[in-house]
Design a protein around this ligand. Structure first.
Ligand SMILES: C[S@@+](CC[C@H](N)C(=O)[O-])C[C@H]1O[C@@H](n2cnc3c(N)ncnc32)[C@H](O)[C@@H]1O
Length: 439
């Protein structure tokens, strides 16, 4: 893949509240309406427009549309504004009526692209991945965002939903960038078993602040009232069957990390192992290992002559991983705070060398120090699984500093109707670093 030098510096701007960029400065413009021509899509589920010399991030619009935008965040001296398209003056041919009646300006904030097809949603996401990789990593990516098997044209895929409780004790979902709750009687991106629990039609219990509902691969449905103690959360068994590999079951807490699209875990394992091409006897490191999904499939691939070490920060996930990798005497999964003092010594104690790495960090990415530490071990190949293309692009730029280049990158629509995207990048040593490894 063509990778140029990354821009030396980027302007930092805008205030941050928590980790959310906020636009409001000067007198508030919230509620003001104006007509704009909508430009291309930007990362975050909106399109870019300009008004009075200022950038406006417009939700509920599509590229090329003429819309009336109503400001939702921003003031007279803000550098940019956020707005919702509240009237469509000239519609894109890609526009459709949102299938969900809770979607739209001022309504549920869960979906960003209900007003277009899943196929055009993937086209928009392809543009976003390309733009992020080009801007932050200097990579020209020729790929497209691929469909993940298991949804009904972008609907009925979500197997985990976290409902909040409204002031009148109905279960609902949050508005965009807000703590306000929209009561719902269904969620069209959720699997039907979730509404079928009947929970959305009943008032929440008096002290309940939220209800997490999870549906396992075998159809078992678990609803957990919050707040809850860890000991009160049941486990589910999930099943992962990547193409060409044997199916495996995984024990996971009903509130623990698990891919929410039913086809996602198998798709990502398949893409990662395809790219890594593990060989019998190799040593593999699975970072941010969760309940051991990649650890188990790597262990199977490198065989009993090989070694696999998974590292994970969440104690419950580490405990749950036990039975998931129990069949492999050459695999272990330990608790470690990756990136914090001493985590590398856990690796040194277990692996005499590192041939392969899986990196599957949280949304913020692994960061420069972790990328550098991992690649300093000179793996033959590394698979980076990323749920934020911007964090991925930053980490790929750090990998380039360590002499590793991207040999393939696939992107998946594991969250249809929303702006979220999952990518699997395969890295390999280039130039002098590759020569060192070969020697
Ligand atoms: C995106 S999930 C991936 C889980 C797993 N690879 C899977 O596919 O199911 C990221 C995982 O990283 C863990 N994590 C986050 N920060 C961590 C850190 N600093 N050290 C170790 N684990 C961390 C989370 O608990 C979570 O299980």
């Amino acid at each position: 893949m063509n990778q140029q030098k990354r821009p030396a510096s980027r302007r930092r701007s805008n205030q941050r509240r928590g980790n959310k960029r906020v636009a409001t400065q000067g007198d508030s413009l919230v509620g003001t309406e104006f007509e704009v021509e909508v430009g291309d899509v930007a990362h975050g589920g909106h399109c870019v427009a300009r008004h009075d010399g200022r950038v406006v991030f417009v939700r509920h619009a599509l590229p090329g549309e003429q819309v009336v935008a109503r400001v939702t965040d921003g003031g007279t001296t803000s550098r940019f504004l956020r707005a919702d398209a509240v009237r469509i003056v000239q519609a894109s041919p890609e526009r459709r009526e949102a299938p969900c009646r809770f979607s739209g300006p001022g309504a549920c904030g869960g979906c960003d692209w209900q007003h277009t097809s899943a196929a055009f949603g993937r086209e928009l996401k392809t543009r976003v991945v390309r733009e992020q990789l080009r801007r932050l990593a200097g990579i020209d990516w020729p790929g497209v965002v691929e469909q993940v098997p298991g949804d009904e044209d972008g609907l009925r895929w979500r197997t985990r939903v976290e409902f909040s409780v409204s002031p009148d004790r109905r279960l609902g979902l949050r508005k965009h960038r807000s703590h306000d709750i929209v009561p719902v009687d269904d969620c069209l991106i959720a699997v039907p078993e979730i509404a079928a629990t009947g929970l959305l039609e009943e008032p929440a219990e008096p002290d309940t602040t939220g209800v997490d509902v999870a549906v396992a691969a075998d159809g078992e449905v678990v609803a957990v009232d919050l707040p809850v103690r860890d000991s009160g959360i049941p486990n589910l068994v999930e099943r992962v069957a990547p193409n060409g590999l044997s199916a495996r079951g995984f024990r996971v807490s009903a509130r623990g990390f698990w891919q929410v699209h039913p086809g996602a875990a198998a798709t990502f394992v398949g893409a990662a192992l395809d790219g890594l091409q593990p060989k019998p006897g190799e040593r593999a490191l699975d970072l941010y290992a969760g309940v051991g999904v990649f650890t188990a499939f790597l262990a199977e691939a490198v065989g009993p002559e090989g070694l696999v070490l998974g590292l994970e920060g969440d104690s419950r996930a580490v405990r749950d991983a036990g039975p998931n990798i129990a069949g492999f005497g050459h695999a272990t999964l330990e608790r470690a705070d990756i990136g914090h003092d001493g985590w590398g010594s856990v690796v040194d104690e277990t692996l005499d060398r590192v041939d392969l790495v899986v990196l599957d960090p949280p949304r913020s990415g692994a960061g420069r120090a972790v990328v550098r530490d991992v690649l300093a071990r000179r793996p033959r190949r590394a698979a980076y699984i990323a749920c934020d293309p911007a964090a991925l692009a930053r980490d790929l730029a750090y990998a380039a500093e360590s002499g590793y280049e991207v040999v393939s990158l696939r992107a998946f629509d594991a969250f249809p109707m929303t702006h979220h995207i999952e990518c699997v990048a395969i890295l390999e040593a280039a130039g002098a670093v590759a020569d060192q490894i070969r020697r």
